[in-house]
Each structure stands twice: as C-alpha cells, then as structure tokens.
Design a protein around this ligand. Structure first.
Ligand SMILES: Nc1nc2c(c(=O)[nH]1)N[C@@H](CN(C=O)c1ccc(C(=O)N[C@@H](CCC(=O)O)C(=O)O)cc1)CN2
Ligand SMILES: NCC(=O)N[C@@H]1O[C@H](COP(=O)([O-])[O-])[C@@H](O)[C@H]1O
Length: 223
C-alpha cells in the first residue's frame, strides 16, 4: 500500500500516455502551488505510457492495469451484427481498478490523459469511499466530448466554424465529460498555424489548470 503522512493529501493519478500533466502534478506536489499533497500511485492502462517512466523517475509507485486480460477472459463477438462492446470485460476491469485504487486510500483520483471510459463498477466504489474522481478534458463544458477533442476543434477552426476552444477539470460521472466543471480556461485558436501549434498551446494551458483543479478539490475536502 502506498503511503503519505496523516495530514498530507494523497493523490492517485490515472494516465494512458506521455504524462506531461502528471509531470505538472509531480512538480507541484507539496509546494505552495499544491500544498500538503503527495502523489502516491500512478496507474496506466497502457504499459508503454511514458508517464510511467516519469513516475518511476520520481520514485512514485506505478501499476500497469491493462484491459487485454479482461477482454480474453470475457470475450465478446458482438450482437446483431454490431461490433463488440466488451461490457463484461469493462465491468470486471473497472471493479479491479477500484480495488487497486482504494487499497491506497487516496484523498482524490485524477484522470490526466486516461483514455478509458469509467463505468459505475469503478465510480460507485469510489463514491462510496467519498473519494472524488476528477478529469482533465481538452474542451469547455458542454462543447466537445470524448476522445480527440483537440483534433476536432482544430478541424472546425480550419473550416471556419470556431475560433476558440478550451480546457476544463471536471468531476467524473458516468456520462462522459459531462460532470460538474471545477475550473475552466478558454483557449484562442487564432494564431495557431498547425494542429501541433494548438496542441502545444493547449498543453501550456492544461499544466497549471490540472494543478489548480486538483488543489481546489482537495481544499474543498479539507473544509
Ligand atoms: N465515465 C467517465 N469516464 C471517463 C471520463 C468521464 O468524464 N466519464 N473522462 C475520460 C477522459 N476522456 C475525455 O476526457 C475520454 C477518454 C477516452 C474515451 C474513449 O472513448 N475511450 C475508448 C477507448 C479508447 C482507446 O482504447 O484508445 C473506450 O473507453 O472505449 C472517451 C473520453 C476518462 N474516462
Ligand atoms: N478525453 C481525455 C483527453 O483527451 N485528455 C487529454 O489527453 C492529453 C494527455 O496528455 P499527457 O499524457 O501529456 O498528460 C491531454 O491533452 C488531455 O487533455
């Protein structure tokens, strides 16, 4: 079991990729930007996530919790000619993920680029333990939901359909990316020449925002 001192808030971070937002949390933890807080575990659904290396470099316990064994144990060939949903695999995966997370008794769970939809099999045990789950999402509340929101905003900008997008940190509920926003920041796309420019501008905005959102929830818990 990962540990932190009694008065310190403990943070578990879920990732799937590079972990630049995880790095922002690692850099801020236990500083005036994110006081009395320690990241106690980083969990990735992808073994090759560079964020795992970032955590290991910071001597933070890491766990790879992959979906493949669950898909093998709960095969799904689809129904009525529709593609498989792997609902049984998702539920079993999420149940075990909840047990893995709760074994550390974190104060909060932060999804920082975690690219799996979380089902009630995960969300309900966390709620029962009064452990908030929050997510960093590269869009403003009620605008774009799901994966590839930066790419979609860029394509709409190129089509002249929008000039701005944004970022939010929100509570995670079953309905994807529709949980109550905690903090949000608008991002102007104008001046970006490429998708890479927009991605860089979004990341630049995300890094302080994910820390700000995490701090806000921890302060609310302490009240
Ligand atoms: N129940 C919820 N789960 C998650 C939320 C949420 O608000 N409610 N936020 C996401 C993060 N996210 C967007 O912010 C997001 C991530 C991934 C997907 C998605 O469609 N994932 C696919 C798998 C993709 C893959 O394997 O590469 C899937 O799960 O089928 C949508 C939204 C975290 N989870
Ligand atoms: N729908 C969720 C989603 O798209 N999240 C996005 O994944 C990236 C993770 O980057 P990182 O691995 O460098 O922190 C971030 O841009 C985050 O907004």
């Amino acid at each position: 079991m990962a540990t932190s001192s009694p008065q310190q808030a403990s943070i578990t971070v879920l990732i799937s990729g590079s972990g630049s937002n995880l790095q922002a949390l690692l850099d801020a933890a236990n500083t005036p930007t994110l006081p009395n807080a320690k990241i106690i575990r980083v969990i990735s659904d992808r073994k090759d996530a560079y964020g795992l290396k970032r955590a290991q470099a910071a001597h933070i316990p890491t766990t790879h919790h992959g979906i493949l064994p669950y898909k093998k144990q709960h095969p799904d060939s689809g129904q009525d000619g529709k593609p498989p949903t792997f609902e049984a695999a998702r539920r079993a995966y999420d149940k075990d993920l909840a047990e893995l997370v709760l074994a550390d008794h974190p104060s909060i769970v932060v999804c920082a680029g975690f690219m799996r939809i979380l089902t009630p099999s995960f969300l309900d045990p966390l709620a029962a333990a009064s452990t908030p789950v929050i997510n960093l999402h590269p869009s403003l509340h009620g605008d774009l939901v799901g994966a590839d929101c930066i790419g979609r905003a860029w394509r709409e900008f190129e089509e002249g359909k929008r000039e701005k997008t944004g970022i939010m940190v929100h509570y995670v509920i079953a309905e994807v990316d529709m949980g109550e926003p905690i903090v949000q920041q608008e991002v102007d796309i104008r001046g970006c020449a490429t998708l890479a420019d927009l991605e860089a501008r979004m990341h630049e905005t995300e890094h302080p925002l994910v820390v700000k959102g995490t701090k806000a929830v921890l302060e609310k818990k302490r009240q």
